[in-house]
Design a protein around this ligand. Sequence first.
Ligand code: HEC
Ligand code: HEC
Ligand code: HEC
Ligand code: HEC
Ligand code: HEC
Ligand code: HEC
Length: 351
Amino acid sequence: MKRQIFRLSALLLVGAMAFSACTKEGPMGLPGKDGKDGKDGRDGRDGVDGTAGCIQCHDNSQVNFAITAQWERSLHATGGLFVRNTNTCAGCHTSQGFREIIQTGSGNTAATINNPVPPNCYTCHNVHTTFTPADWGLSTTANVTFRIDPTKSHNFGKGNLCATCHQPRLPSPMPTMDGPSINITSATWGPHYGTAASIVAGKGGFEFGTGYTNSAHVNVITQSCVACHLTTASGIDGGGHMMNLGYTTSTGAAAVITTSCTTCHSNATDLNNLITAKKAELTALKTQLSDRLVQIGMLNPTTGRVNTGTWTSAQAGAFINYKLVSGDKGAATHNFPYAKKLLENSIAAIQ
Ligand code: HEC
Ligand code: HEC
Ligand code: HEC
Ligand code: HEC
Ligand code: HEC
Ligand code: HEC
């Protein structure tokens, strides 16, 4: 190499001389001596075995396969809502949108997500980031600030992952306590469907009056959603990466997977009776509130949606609370005392 460079520069020099002395051309000089060889470089570091990390996950234990089979039965995989890919929906309804908003901290994605996919392994885990089992780490564990009330946040432990999506949205416009009437122009106005996190934490309701308390669950179950919902899979009914706990038995009855409850609620019969009783209590209150909302003309009984128009802040707040509790199918277990008080005080507020 050096030898070539030397020759090249010698050549250029001669060329330059040829141009500057264009009138008289002297004879070509002799080629210079070869330069000395450079010192040998140091050896590079040994590379790591390219597959050592891979095979810790891609082995023949069939764990991935078992979990994938569970996930394939889940509503995450089968529900089809990932087609909601525009910028205000994609953060919760598409995998790529979720990965984006947990980086940016924004509620919305910058743009529509093309080729959207539903929540999957890559949404909740850091699959193929370091290519080691550390990639099973969760994509987010940051405390959740509530969209419906940004002054409040909550630590759901590992459940922060779930609560980032399974939380109410901020209705637009949002009424204020004892504030002016609001004009509702959209039939889909309200806190949206996936409201669980608000009830689980006991935060984000339109809190009329006083008397709010939380279930013991709020403080004693530190990993929240993950502790109860990712319990050992129960056949093909739920749990594990299917993630649902409520299911329908072969005879059509509603049932609950209680594997994660038994450390505290040791008697299965008592627990099932407790769940049934608390659900019945909430159902009666929900009916009372929805009847009243229909009576004042705010709730459309056919569509289950709001009738657009001008509504007082109390009416709008009561509607929000109705949607918060009825949007959470697990409310009786999640945080019964809070859900009950929200309904009772809402009924009182619009009598
Ligand atoms: C943390 C565990 C983990 C490690 C480590 C890991 N993978 Fe994967 N890999 C996964 C998961 C989970 C999937 C997704 C399974 C699926 O698509 O159904 C996957 C999918 C794949 C696929 C299928 C194509 C795809 O993207 O879906 C290939 C090929 C692959 N991995 C190769 C590798 C190689 C090569 C390495 C090491 C350089 C590696 N993986 C390391 C967990 C891991
Ligand atoms: C990226 C947002 C997102 C994350 C993160 C997420 N979910 Fe979901 N989840 C959804 C959406 C959206 C649906 C509805 C899917 C559909 O119908 O297509 C859903 C559905 C469900 C359902 C079924 C609900 C029903 O009505 O039967 C359960 C149970 C569930 N998720 C639990 C969890 C748990 C537990 C976690 C945390 C480990 C979690 N989810 C994390 C968005 C998310
Ligand atoms: C904060 C996260 C979040 C955002 C933002 C969001 N959704 Fe959802 N949405 C959910 C979750 C979670 C569910 C599933 C609730 C469940 O099954 O428990 C859901 C459920 C739904 C459903 C199913 C309702 C049903 O009948 O079960 C529709 C339709 C829907 N979303 C549409 C949208 C649209 C359209 C947008 C954007 C304008 C949007 N969502 C924005 C979290 C979100
Ligand atoms: C909705 C979120 C979500 C989705 C989707 C999801 N996981 Fe998980 N996964 C979790 C949570 C939460 C845990 C429990 C983590 C813990 O307890 O530390 C977990 C645990 C695991 C574990 C055990 C990790 C360990 O540290 O031993 C494996 C393996 C795993 N998931 C694989 C997968 C695979 C494969 C897929 C795709 C088919 C997948 N997960 C999809 C949320 C999810
Ligand atoms: C104390 C345990 C517990 C905790 C903590 C918990 N859940 Fe649940 N959840 C349940 C049970 C039990 C049901 C089923 C209730 C029924 O059908 O009566 C349920 C129901 C649900 C459902 C309806 C679909 C289903 O599984 O039947 C969703 C969605 C849900 N929970 C999401 C969440 C989210 C998100 C969190 C965390 C913010 C959470 N849950 C925390 C126990 C729990
Ligand atoms: C870490 C302990 C613990 C776990 C795990 C637990 N619970 Fe509880 N649960 C409690 C305590 C404590 C109370 C309050 C008892 C009381 O007030 O008498 C309670 C109360 C309840 C109530 C009555 C309503 C309320 O909140 O006061 C229901 C329903 C309930 N639990 C269902 C469940 C279900 C279903 C599971 C499993 C999915 C579960 N619990 C898991 C400790 C637990």
